[in-house]
Design a protein around this ligand. Structure first.
Ligand code: T1G
Length: 692
């Protein structure tokens, strides 16, 4: 065994050279890894005794792609295309031995090898689309040559890895190795290839799988149509289709040049920078400054949920799906039965889409123990309260819970706004209390705001932070304040949206501007979906706001067939002239002057106060970092990932520009727009949230 460089070594085993890459954490194609690969293959070529070359990786995975952290920095030789050329044009068979996840450039390395062997648990994939890119080292040219255009585009546009068994069926992988014995299996496979005098088989020379698409541009049109809604606003996907079409229409050497040109152009786009920002931001969010790996965590083997309503049921589903039994408590049999049936119905709907079997539905529901007995929570390791959003009710629940839950149990509230320290004060164990704020629908939305109370212990916080990914959530630790991070910023947008429609904009114009920006829906459609009557009371309502008037008229949102919008049976929203008249009359009664309001003002008045509130949240230490706020909005509210989150978006606008606009609005509309001190400071320094 001889070291090639710090991350690569070369061993000769009989007639076989083994190039091993070992560059934790994921063998990403850093300069050193590229150098190791190139020099390893060259050394094997130069060794007369060597008749085949195996490329294998140490650690948990084969090469997981280009080193994303290198993007945007000056490229350093050897460049990936040159390394791949070296492999593909080797004079001896090169075998890629895959375990873990061969992704992006890693999978492209494997595709330039002449043969591929993988352990059954391995996966391959081209996730570049998730970074606002397309495969940039031959993936769009070689994969279609192995699996055909439709399958290749399904892999490239979804970015979803596929398993080694599937890869074997598709002809991407030639041999399945013995699980856990990849090296020996690869050596045996190499010996067999040598004995059979196997040819230097290059994927680039294949064309049979492209034939069905030749002269059929309609195939690409159909794929475009099928993906248009999913990729609304994204740039890279169209380039991916174009590049795969080039594989059909152009000679390989022309197609791969164009692929590289498109890839390099996408690398410079704001969208790709935003999506790469989100990639790292999501991983940063899991890190809590004062919680190191030494902080002990508690096992969570059973969970209690109090409340079987929409939130309680959705919360319970996350644990049932993760294999954790749940005891769910309600105050009436009718509410309990309704909650349980909604959960089953949700699972059955997923099964109907083919994403679950009915057996799995039954297994998951089998882990659920519905009960009216509060005492049944006594043995749960974690109890999550999901009752009505009222502090008095929550306090009573926690006072009772304190006397029932076992010592050391973690007691969490799903409150969206309320003070966790107040709630914790009702127990004798505030160190075991925190907030777990799920987003509706709780079994779908990936965000979990983990609300750290003043007395929440490090062990409790570390336990829930580690639990989040196990139940499919992206956990973000936030501080106690009204609305924490997400809803506190949302309140800024909702206030401005309501003011805008009083001043002359229509709800449909505001929604149109925000959906064009990339939000899944605008503030008024969202209010109709959630229900206008949340926190509203018929007893006390006095037509004091547009919301009151609508609720008093029975227009309480989608659930009543009308809210701001009218809805048909399919719940298709239609602007309502009646609502517009209500708004105009109400504005007149308040003496609000009417004017035409442009799209730019609508967008800036809705988004910039959110950014400003984000700056205040950072000043107050209610979020650890600006990128955490981005993650909250992407995974909690569907902020378009290609805009990176509100704070990243502010950086792309330029903090000086955001500040100037806020000052302009402050002069016109008052101190709701008073800039945060942090924003003033960063703008004055020419700094950015992502680079404070
Ligand atoms: N570059 C740099 N760092 C990476 C990385 C990458 N490609 N992938 C992971 N990391 C870091 C990550 O930030 C984290 O760091 C640690 O590794 C563990 O990651 C030419 C141009 C491989 C499935 O998109 O999907 O190739 O937080 O927490 O859950 O066409 O990482 O520990 O400091 O995610 O076990 C294409 C991205 C790149 C793969 C492992 N490749 N990575 O998941 O661990 S573009 C990707 C993943 C490309 C070519 C183009 C996952 C994983 P830290 P982790 P995991």
């Amino acid at each position: 065994m001889a070291a090639i460089n710090s991350v690569a070594d070369l061993a000769i085993d009989g007639e076989i050279a083994v190039v091993t890459i070992d560059s934790p954490p994921v063998n990403a194609l850093s300069q050193a890894v590229r150098d190791g690969l190139k020099r390893g293959v060259e050394a094997a070529e130069a060794n007369g005794a060597v008749k085949a070359v195996v490329i294998i990786c140490g650690g948990r995975t084969f090469i997981a792609g280009a080193d994303i952290s290198e993007f945007g920095k000056p490229p350093a030789a050897p460049y990936l295309p040159d390394v791949l050329d070296r492999i593909e044009n080797a004079s001896k068979p090169v075998i890629a031995a895959v375990h873990g996840t061969a992704l992006g450039g890693g999978f492209e390395v494997a595709l330039t090898a002449h043969y591929r062997i993988a352990v059954p648990s391995a996966k391959c994939g081209l996730p570049e689309i998730k970074l606002g890119l397309i495969p940039g080292a031959g993936g769009t040219q070689r994969l279609p040559r192995l699996v055909g255009v439709e399958k290749a585009l399904d892999v490239i546009l979804s970015g979803t890895p596929f398993g080694a068994r599937e890869a074997k069926e598709w002809g991407v992988v030639d041999e399945l190795a013995e699980e856990g014995n990849l090296r020996e299996s690869a050596l045996a496979f190499a010996r067999r290839l040598i004995a059979e005098k196997a040819p230097l088989r290059k994927v680039r020379d294949r064309s049979d799988k492209l034939e069905p698409a030749r002269g059929h541009p309609e195939i690409f049109e159909a794929i475009r149509k099928a993906n248009a809604r999913k990729f609304r606003g994204f740039e890279a996907w169209e380039k991916a289709i174009e590049s795969v079409k080039n594989a059909v229409d152009l000679p390989f050497d022309e197609g791969i040049v164009k692929e590289r040109q498109m890839f390099m152009a996408l690398l410079q786009t704001t969208q790709s920078k935003a999506q790469r920002h989100v990639f790292f931001a999501e991983r940063q969010a899991a890190k809590v400054a004062d919680i190191g790996p030494d902080v002990p965590t508690k096992p969570i083997r059973s969970v209690g949920v109090i409340g079987a309503g929409t939130m309680g049921g959705g919360i319970a589903m996350n644990f049932l799906s993760a294999g954790i039994p749940v005891t769910i408590v309600e105050t009436s049999k009718e509410a309990l039965d309704r909650g349980v049936s909604v959960m089953r119905r949700n699972y059955e709907a997923t099964a109907k889409k083919g994403r679950l079997t009915m057996k799995e539905v039954d297994e998951r529901m089998g882990r659920l123990k519905p009960t009216l007995d509060f005492g049944a929570l006594a043995e749960a390791d974690l109890v999550i309260e999901a009752v009505f959003e009222n502090m008095d009710i929550k306090k009573k629940v926690f006072e009772r819970l304190d006397s029932i839950a076992k010592p050391g149990a973690i007691l969490a509230s799903n409150t969206s706004y309320l003070d966790i320290d107040d709630i914790a004060s009702m127990t004798k164990r505030p160190e075991d209390v925190l907030g777990m704020h799920f987003f509706s629908p709780a079994n779908v939305m990936r965000l979990l705001e983990i609300v750290r109370g003043a007395k929440t212990s490090k062990s409790v916080l570390a336990t829930i932070a580690a639990l989040a990914p196990k139940i499919g959530k992206v956990g973000v630790v936030v501080g106690v304040c009204h609305g924490f991070v997400g809803n506190r910023m949302l309140a800024q947008r909702q206030r401005e949206a309501m003011k805008l429609i009083l001043e002359g904009a229509t709800p449909w114009a505001v929604d149109r501007v925000l959906t064009a920006f990339g939000m899944p829906m605008g503030p008024f459609a969202m209010s109709d979906l959630a229900g206008l009557d949340i926190g509203w009371s018929a007893e006390t309502s006095k037509r004091a706001s547009i919301r009151d008037i609508l609720c008093e008229e029975g227009r309480r949102g989608q659930k009543t067939g009308a809210g701001f919008y009218d809805y048909d049976e399919a719940r298709t929203p239609k602007p309502s002239a009646h609502v517009e008249a209500i708004i105009r009359d109400f504005a007149k009664s308040k003496g609000v002057a009417q004017r035409t309001i442009g799209d730019a003002e609508i967008l800036e008045r809705c988004i910039y106060p959110m950014i400003n509130e984000g700056a205040k949240i950072l000043e107050e230490g209610k979020a650890q970092r600006a990128s955490d706020i981005d993650i909250v909005w992407i995974y909690g509210y569907g902020w378009p990932v290609y805009r990176g989150g509100p704070m990243f978006y502010a950086d792309t606008v330029g903090l000086r520009n955001v500040l100037a606009k806020l000052k302009e609005f402050q002069a016109k509309f008052g101190d709701d727009f008073k800039p945060a001190a942090l924003l003033e400071k960063l703008a004055a320094e020419g700094a950015a949230f992502s680079k404070p």
